[in-house]
Design a protein around this ligand. Sequence first.
Ligand SMILES: [Cu+2]
Length: 184
Amino acid sequence: MIYVAIKYRYRPGLQTQEEIKPGEIPTPSRGKIGAIVLFIILMAGILFGLLLGTLNAVSFIEKPPVSEEEALVIEVTGFQWGWRFKYPNGIETVGLAYVPVGKVVIFKVTSDDVFHTFSIPALKVKIDAIPGRVNTAWAQFDFPGNYRVQCYELCGVGHAEMIGEIRAVPEDAFNLWYEANAPK
Ligand SMILES: [Cu+2]
C-alpha cells in the first residue's frame, strides 16, 4: 500500500477528482488490466490457501482422530465454581482428573448453571460449557505431568478460582487407579 501510494501519488498534469467535469469520462491513463487480473488471481489464491488451511485446522480440532470406543470419554461439567469429571465406569472427581498418557481423551462438556468455558491452555483446548448442551473436545496427552484446567468465560465472583487439574500418568498407573476407584 505504501509503495502504491507513493508510485501513484498526484503529480501536476494528472486529473484530480475535482477537475473531472460532470458527464466527462476520465482518461484511463493509468489502468493496467493485466496487473489487475494478476493481482486478483494472486489475492484469490492467497485467500483460497488460507481457507483450505483454516478448514483443515477446524476439522482437526473438532473431529477426534479415533472413535469414542477407542478413546477415553470423560464427561466434564462446569459449575459455580469448579469442574466435575465423570468416567465411563462411574468414577466421579471434582477439580482433578487422571488421564493415561498417549491415549486420545474425548471431553463431553456441559454446565450445571451458567456459561463456562473448559480449557486446557497447555494443549490449546478450549470449548464452551453450556447448560443443557454437550460440546465435544479432544486431546492427547503425550507427556506425563500436571495440566492446568481453567474457566475462560466470566461466570461470577469465583471465576478466577475456577481452576482444575488434569494429571497425565502412564497407562499402567492410570489403569490401577481406574480399577481401584471404580464405584462398587
Ligand atoms: Cu466458569
